[in-house]
Design a protein around this ligand. Structure first.
Ligand SMILES: [Zn+2]
Length: 467
């Protein structure tokens, strides 16, 4: 091939493709909604929801169920309460449609505790200031829960003909023990959803390329292994260091774990995300991000340098605590480190445990498994995934929606093993600064993005579930 021709083919192959656009039925459904009025209604709905203190522990999710249930009653949407414990309930509401397996819109009602002295806004007052709605749960995840409810309300009011049921699930206890999701998983035959939209990813601008908004749609969550690493040795008086003490043995074991060679595994979902981001940009960047060799050469070092992206391409072993003697002057017979290990799809908990044993290679160190589970991947060649991606982009330049591996876990962990196709996406854009509000201080959500997010979510649901 002559060089000039190959260059022409190279550039043609990297052309910037036209962005995906909403289907005609979605455009028609969008046109019937008064977005200004429903956006304002959503803000009021969320403000009230944020005022229901559902801090977990103890949860008090019945407060959230009462609040959401009153809206459903007002709109004439049938719902039921699923009791978990005194003061703790989940909620199921259903709009009936055709015979296809149902779509579930899932959220959790509970929120993590606040440290009020670290907040400069009230955490449970539904305060709106300077275009933001403040409160614990504003991002994680009462905002998505309120958008899901408002989507149900719009479907009902507009009389949208559905070819499958659309089910709202608002559950208790995601933040502590996932008891609500596990309870619903046990009755999944009755719920009947083949597909779920839940939390997972959230839109961030500049995550991969400058000025490009990326919606990472979570298709799996890394597996986890929580394990105690316990070293034993000769106990004694703290005044006299001796060989073979448990704390020294433990320290040596931790050093071996820290010094290990880390394998990098850029999985298909991550490659697809890089490819979509690159192709949206087009040109040379598009080429680099679409090919294995150039990704390895130019992109991998960048992914490894950032702790967040590093965790999406490696198995991690993280020491999260130590324990030993309670007295300062006692050398204990045993010293313990707790390890939080997270594995990419393809590495099982058993394999990770074997790796830990091999790395430490000390018969005076034992491992006690506290909990864990393997990653389960939802395919992204799927009509719901396509509907999500299409409507998040919806004709906009510099916007990409792509599959993504979550490093943390959500209630979806309990549904994917049932064969459910669960996708994790909060369809709003959030700044890096506001992201730290999730489980942090002064959690807030942009009112404008909340209203945009409602339009995106409604479009996704119409795309997938309307006739
Ligand atoms: Zn959450």
């Amino acid at each position: 091939m002559r060089p000039l021709l190959s260059l022409a083919l190279f550039l043609a192959g990297c052309a910037h493709p036209p962005p995906q656009v909403a289907l005609p039925k979605v455009v028609a459904a969008q046109a019937k909604v008064d977005w200004d009025a429903s956006g304002k209604e959503l803000v009021d709905l969320l403000a009230g929801y944020l005022m229901a203190d559902t801090t977990n522990p103890p949860g008090n999710e019945a407060r959230g169920v009462d609040y959401l249930g009153a809206v459903l009653d007002r709109e004439g949407i049938p719902w039921e309460r699923v009791p978990l414990a005194p003061g703790r309930d989940s909620l199921i509401a259903r709009l009936e449609g055709g015979d296809k397996p149902a779509l579930c819109l899932l959220s959790h009602i509970d929120v993590v505790p606040v440290e009020p002295e670290r907040w400069n806004k009230p955490a449970f007052s539904g305060l709106i200031e300077d275009g933001y709605l403040y409160g614990r749960g504003a991002l994680d995840m009462k905002s998505l829960g309120a958008m899901e409810l408002q989507t149900m309300v719009l479907l009902k009011r507009q009389g949208v003909a559905l070819d499958r049921d659309v089910v709202l699930l608002a559950v208790a206890d995601e933040e502590v023990d996932n008891q609500g999701a596990r309870q619903l998983a046990a009755m999944w035959d009755k719920i009947g959803c083949s597909h779920v939209i839940n939390e997972g990813g959230i839109g961030v601008r500049g995550a991969l390329l400058d000025d490009q908004l990326v919606f990472p749609v979570s298709i799996t969550e890394k597996g986890n292994l929580w394990v105690k690493m316990i070293a034993s040795g000769t106990p004694g008086h703290g005044s006299t260091p001796r060989p073979d003490q448990a704390p020294d043995r433990l320290l040596a074991a931790v050093e071996k774990l820290k010094a290990r060679d880390v394998d990098v595994d850029i999985q298909p979902a991550m490659r697809e995300m890089l490819k979509r981001a690159g192709q949206e940009q087009g040109g040379f960047v598009g080429f680099v991000m679409s090919h294995r060799a150039t990704v390895g050469l130019f992109v991998k070092p960048k992914l490894l340098a950032n702790p967040v992206t590093r965790a999406t391409i490696t198995n991690t072993i993280n020491v999260t605590g130590f324990s030993g003697a309670s007295n300062m002057n006692v050398v204990p017979a045993e010293a313990t480190a707790q390890l939080d290990c997270r594995m990419l799809p393809g590495t099982t908990t058993d394999q990770m445990l074997a790796t830990l044993r091999d790395l430490v290679d000390d018969d005076q160190v034992r491992f006690e498994v506290v909990g864990g589970g393997d990653a389960v991947v939802t395919p992204w060649e799927d009509p719901l995934f396509e509907a999500i991606a299409r409507n998040l982009v919806d004709g906009h330049d510099h916007v990409v929606a792509a599959p993504f591996i979550s490093v943390g876990s959500t209630d979806s962990t309990y549904l994917r093993p049932l064969g459910v196709h669960a996708y994790g996406i909060h369809p709003i854009e959030v700044s890096e600064g506001d992201l730290v509000g999730m489980h942090g201080d002064n959690e807030r959500v942009s009112v404008a993005e909340l209203q945009q997010g409602l339009r995106r979510l409604y479009s996704i649901v119409v795309d997938f579930a309307a006739k």
